[in-house]
Design a protein around this ligand. Structure first.
Ligand code: C5P
Length: 228
C-alpha cells in the first residue's frame, strides 16, 4: 500500500546498543539487538528513501540498500548522528544509548586483587543525543525518538512518552513496553506513536517489520503534509 512514498527522502536511523569500554576487553552494554531500528532502515529503503543506518553493535545482519556507519560508543554514535542529521529529512533515534560511561578507560586489563571483595566503578554522564538534536535548530528535519519503558500501566506509559517527547524536543515519540522477553531481542513489538500535540497518532504491533512500516506511515504522512 505504501509503494515508494519515501522516494527522495533522506532518512537517518540509529540502531543497536552502545558499548562503553572499561578496559581493552570489557564494556558496559545493554540488551538492545538493533532489530527494530534495522527493520525501520530496511522498510524505509524499500519505500524509496535514501537511508543511512548508524549501527551500534548490531546482533542482526545489516540490511541491504542502506549506507551503514558502524559505531560502538555513545560518543561515536553522537558524532555520526550529528554529521548525518545535518542533511536529513528524518532522524530516527532507535538506538539504546548508555546514559553513563566509565570515567576512565584502563589501558591494561583490570586485574582482581586478592582479598578485595568489592570494587567501585566511577561513571560519568553521556550526552543525550536526541535532546541535543532536539535543542539544535532542525527546521525541515523530522525528529523521531523512542521510549523503552518497563512501566506496565499503559496510560502511565503514554505519559512517560509524552514527557520524554517534550523534554527531548522530538517531533514524534514511539513508546514501547520492554522487559526480559518483550521489546529487546524479541521478534515482535507493540508501540504507540505520540505526536507534537501529545496525541496518540497511531498504534502498531506485530513483527518488527510491520511496526517499522506503521511508524513510517506516520512519518510519510507528515512529510507529505510538509509540517514539522
Ligand atoms: O531517556 P531515554 O534513554 O529513555 O530516551 C530514549 C530516547 O533517547 C531514544 O530515542 C534514545 O535513542 C535517545 N537517547 C539518546 N542519548 C542518550 C540516551 C537516550 O539519544 N544518552
Amino acid at each position: 500500500p505504501h509503494g515508494r512514498d519515501l522516494a527522495g527522502r533522506r532518512i537517518v536511523v540509529s540502531a543497536g546498543g552502545t558499548r562503553e569500554p572499561l578496559d581493552p576487553v570489557r564494556f558496559l552494554g545493554n540488551r538492545s539487538s538493533g532489530k527494530q531500528g534495522v527493520a525501520i532502515a530496511e522498510a524505509a529503503a524499500a519505500r524509496g528513501a535514501d537511508v543511512t543506518l548508524v549501527a551500534a553493535n548490531l546482533e542482526v545482519g545489516e540490511p541491504g540498500g542502506c549506507r551503514v556507519r558502524a559505531v560502538s560508543t555513545a560518543l561515536e554514535l553522537r558524532e555520526a548522528m550529528v554529521e548525518a542529521a545535518a542533511a536529513a529529512d528524518v532522524v530516527v533515534m532507535a538506538a539504546a544509548v548508555a546514559d553513563f560511561r566509565p570515567a576512565s578507560v584502563s589501558e591494561a586489563k583490570i586485574k582482581k586483587v586478592d582479598g578485595e571483595e568489592r570494587m567501585t566503578l566511577e561513571l560519568v554522564r553521556n550526552p543525550d543525543i536526541l535532546a541535543e538534536l532536539g535543542a539544535a535548530p532542525h527546521d525541515g528535519t523530522l525528529l523521531v525518538g523512542f521510549a523503552a519503558e518497563t512501566e506496565p500501566d499503559s496510560e502511565r506509559l503514554l505519559e512517560l512518552g509524552r514527557g520524554k517527547r517534550r523534554a527531548k524536543g522530538a517531533d514524534l515519540l514511539v513508546v514501547n513496553h520492554v522487559g526480559w522477553s518483550k521489546g529487546f531481542a524479541a521478534d515482535e513489538n507493540a508501540v504507540s506513536i505520540i505526536g507534537p500535540s501529545d496525541e496518540v497518532l497511531a498504534e502498531a504491533s506485530g513483527s518488527k517489520m510491520s511496526v517499522a512500516h506503521g511508524i513510517l506511515d506516520v512519518v510519510a504522512a507528515r512529510l507529505a503534509r510538509g509540517d514539522d
